[in-house]
Design a protein around this ligand. Structure first.
Ligand SMILES: Nc1ncnc2c1ncn2[C@@H]1O[C@H](COP(=O)(O)OP(=O)(O)OP(=O)(O)O)[C@@H](O)[C@H]1O
Length: 419
């Protein structure tokens, strides 16, 4: 379907969303995550039909968690569909069956990222819908959450944003690709072992030196930044920064719309039997709680909850930015040197922090801990550090995970490792 006159309402809606939000630039390589269920089938068909207008190069990836007896059959099913559409197909099969839903999700994102890097896709696209957004909001609300959790499932986010020590890195002219100015061959050093074994010889191209890598519209296959390196350097390059984006273009479309679309387009859905299993909280929210809310409170509860998430998302983005500015000011009091360094020991200016509202203090402290702790900071860790902003001189925290300690040394908070 190359003609936009054949488009359905959903084609037009997704096309408009992509124009408005600028989340999937034209002429990019997109890796579409297809489980075989109705949402991701709807997604891939929409992207295929929009492809002539946008000039994308599409690939399909399927992850086999080996959770169900029919999981291999479902992988074959997706492979056949990819073949029939003439699209590259990538399969990742779990070597150990993940034990929980969370473990399965983590493995899946890891697998998607590895395939995206290995095959040069800067965008991974999933079929999350407004219904998923509503369910996530309810799920997090019931468990207790700040605005961040309630606004979960964003339109786009960097899935991978890493700096890695690089070995055997060579720069040279990329004669074979007119779009890139130089090419980079590199091997990853000291990274997660699985990751490294999967990608022993990652080869990539870069578009520009000194680019911050923040521009999702750039034409380069992945955004890489080389720091402090002369252009023709053959020496080792200590840091390489890369971004891969996760994009969810269906967040305004409900599950009943994707179901209807699959029916109309005669797309062969592979039903996931585990979706019916009511021992999973998420399935109970989907099968019991949301229908109850729709019947007894608001027939459009899914859209309403999804819109709430959208509003909160904008609030969260604003607050995160303001908190990051606050943290910068608190860490680098010299006006013309805005660079902050997260190496311990870290010194924070309490008078600057004290002037800010509690919401920003908490967020700034969380951002700092995210840089310093080995894992995501807990609510308690953030509170512990935030309390030091007004605590008496010489107050100190007990150790955070990883061993760092916070201490008040008037007028500062010092975060350091205690020997
Ligand atoms: N086995 C799979 N293979 C490839 N893609 C998948 C697979 N499972 C899910 N996806 C992708 O993720 C999207 C969301 O799926 P689902 O709602 O089942 O995931 P989830 O476990 O809730 O994940 P999330 O934490 O991202 O919400 C799908 O539309 C599809 O794009």
């Amino acid at each position: 379907m190359a003609e936009s006159s054949h488009w359905t309402y959903l084609h037009a809606q997704v096309h408009r969303t992509l124009l408005y939000r600028q989340i999937l630039p034209s002429n990019q390589r997109l890796l579409v995550a297809v489980s075989g269920g109705q949402d991701s089938l709807c997604l891939i068909k929409l992207l295929l039909d929009l492809q002539p207008k946008w000039g994308w190069k599409l690939g399909i990836v399927h992850c086999d968690h080996r959770w169900r007896s029919d999981s291999q059959a479902s992988a074959n099913h997706v492979e056949q569909l990819a073949k029939s559409w003439g699209i590259s197909y990538y399969l990742e099969t779990a070597s150990d069956i993940p034990k929980t839903e969370a473990a399965a999700r983590q493995w899946r994102y890891q697998a998607l990222t590895e395939i995206a890097i290995a095959h040069n896709y800067p965008y991974i696209v999933t079929g999350h819908t407004a219904s998923d957004r509503a369910e996530t909001l309810l799920y997090n609300l019931i468990r207790g959450s700040g605005a961040d959790g309630l606004s979960a499932l964003t339109w786009t986010r960097p899935l991978l944003d890493f700096r890695l020590p690089i070995a055997d890195c060579r720069l040279g002219n990329a004669g074979e690709n007119p779009n890139s100015q130089i090419s980079v061959d590199f091997r990853l050093e000291n990274h997660d072992e699985n990751f490294q074994s999967k990608i022993p010889n990652l080869k990539s191209k870069i578009g520009r030196l000194g680019n911050s890598g923040e521009n999702p519209n750039s034409q380069i296959s992945a955004d890489f930044r080389l720091e402090n390196q002369p252009e023709n350097s053959q020496s080792k390059i200590p840091n390489l920064k890369s971004k891969i984006y996760l994009v969810r273009p269906l967040l305004e479309i409900t599950r009943s719309q994707t179901g209807q679309f699959c029916l109309e387009q005669k797309l062969p859905i592979w039903e996931d039997s585990t979706n019916q299993d009511l021992q999973y909280t998420r399935n109970r929210i989907r099968a019991e709680l949301l229908p109850y809310l729709e019947t007894h409170f608001n027939p459009k509860a899914q859209q309403a909850l999804s819109q709430t998430a959208e509003l909160l998302r904008a609030d969260v983005e604003y607050l995160e930015l303001a908190a990051s500015e606050l943290l910068q000011r608190a860490m680098s009091p010299i006006a013309d040197s805005p660079q902050v360094n997260f190496q311990l020991p870290v010194k924070l200016n309490r008078p600057i922090l004290r002037e800010a509202p509690l919401a920003l203090q908490r967020r700034a402290m969380r951002q700092l801990l995210q840089q310093i702790l080995p894992s995501a900071p807990s609510f308690e860790s953030v509170e512990k550090l935030t309390r030091l902003i007004v605590a008496p001189n010489r107050s100190q925290t007990d150790p955070f995970p990883g061993g760092a300690i916070g201490r008040v040394e008037h007028p500062s908070i010092i975060l350091h490792i205690q020997f």
